[in-house]
Design a binder for this molecule. Structure first.
Ligand code: NI
Length: 171
């Protein structure tokens, strides 16, 4: 099932998500399938559960956008345990469609997370994958990439969104 993507302005996107304690249940497995399906349908490389209105610490990532099945990653209760270096590049978010901003992030990032069965794993990613780890983990703490840009640029985006909301073009 493809979920609609929740857009910026909904409280679920700016709330701390809940830790997952039950694994490998039919509900969780179905949700993970649906999250991949929803992410691919929206042509994203990452999706966090709050973006489909579910305040739980679950994210999925596939930096190949579905081209390579082996690159599918499930991040449950992820934590950033190490960061190194720096990269500056454009970043977008499915919850902020049409907007993109330059964001500086660490270049190399190690996460500790659980998979759908609850198995704890650690993984190090660089460049786009490092960015995805940080971006999706942020979502689970109620943060968006616009928290990492200047207040001036953030206000400009907020103003544009307010206009879109008034015109009923942002729901
Ligand atoms: Ni996002």
């Amino acid at each position: 099932m493809v979920y609609p993507i929740v857009k910026y302005g909904q409280p679920v996107l700016e709330s701390q998500a809940e830790t997952i304690t039950e694994f490998d249940t039919p509900e969780l497995n179905k949700l993970l399938d649906d999250m991949f399906e929803s992410m691919y349908a929206a042509r994203g490389v990452g999706l966090a559960a709050p973006q489909i209105g579910i305040g739980k610490r679950i994210a999925v990532i596939d930096i190949t956008s579905g081209e390579d099945e082996s690159q599918k990653l499930v991040l449950i209760n992820p934590e950033i345990i190490k960061t190194e270096g720096s990269q500056t590049g454009e970043e977008g978010c499915l919850s902020l469609p049409t907007f993109r901003e330059t964001v500086t992030r660490p270049k190399k990032v190690t996460i500790r997370a659980q998979d759908g069965k609850g198995k704890v794993y650690e993984m190090t990613g660089e460049d786009l994958l490092a960015r995805a780890f940080l971006h999706e983990t942020d979502h689970l703490h109620g943060k968006l990439y616009i928290n990492h840009i200047s207040p001036l640029k953030r206000d400009l985006i907020r103003r544009k969104i307010r206009k879109l909301q008034k015109a009923n073009e942002w729901q």
